[in-house]
Ligand binder design. Structure first.
Ligand code: ZN
Length: 231
């Protein structure tokens, strides 16, 4: 069975009452809950030793999901190195919402990953622009979220290998909300929704995307990565 580790920095939920009201057990608990019927799921958070991402955890993780916002700089570089190594060896990585500014995503993208944003709780439509992609299986032609934070272009990331969602926002902005990448043997999916004051991870369509994305990002057997001198 596919093994998923759900990582969360877990700061907002312990420091902000309005976030605790939305996610009383933490964003990681909501995401783990959504994935646990299809996958073997465990959670890891920033305050745990090695942020809960020791070598043995990553070695037995098929797909890692990442939510962070306030404390990107508190993530130790050696843990970022370790996650990157595992991605290059084939571990899937799903980067959520404000995780666009995480050390690991910036490392893997090699760009600033900056964007425009506005907290105005207005409507977003995530239009599916790649209808045959496995990440959108079972969905209608768009996902409508009645209240969201806006993220707008330019989104300073490399051109995605496949773009799965383009968002429209009520303020008129657009954003590349579902971006697929390969780095080494690893598959990476950036998915935009997930602002901490809105119960986005309880939305059934969003849950469907997360489930599909874990399946898509799971490692395949492939062939070994052999480098160096060849006698
Ligand atoms: Zn946000």
């Amino acid at each position: 069975m596919t093994s998923v580790t759900v990582w969360n920095e877990y700061r907002h939920e312990r420091e902000d009452d309005d976030v605790a009201a939305v996610y009383p057990d933490g964003i990681h608990a909501a995401i783990a809950d959504c994935l646990s019927s299809d996958f073997e799921v465990r959670t890891a958070t920033l305050e745990e030793p090695e942020h809960g991402l020791a070598e043995e955890v990553l070695a037995s993780t098929d797909v890692l999901t990442w939510w962070g916002h306030l404390a990107h700089d508190a993530v130790a570089d050696e843990v970022v190195d370790r996650v990157q190594e595992h991605v290059l060896e084939g571990m899937g990585l799903i980067v959520l919402h404000s995780g666009h500014f995480s050390k690991i995503f910036k490392r893997l993208m090699g760009t600033t990953c900056n964007l425009q944003w506005r907290e105005d709780d207005r409507t977003e439509r995530l239009w599916i622009v790649d209808p045959g992609h496995p990440i959108v299986e079972g969905l209608d032609e768009c996902i409508e979220l009645p209240e969201t934070e806006m993220y707008g272009e330019p989104f300073d990331v490399p051109e995605p290998d496949r773009l799965v969602f383009t968002s429209w926002f009520e303020g008129g902005e657009v954003f590349r909300s579902g971006c697929c990448y390969r780095r080494g043997n690893g598959r990476i999916f950036y998915f935009r929704p997930g602002h901490e004051t809105i119960p986005i991870y309880e939305n059934e369509d969003v849950q469907q995307v997360l489930t599909n994305a874990v399946r898509w990002a799971s490692p395949t057997d492939g062939s070994p990565r052999t480098f160096g001198n060849r006698p």
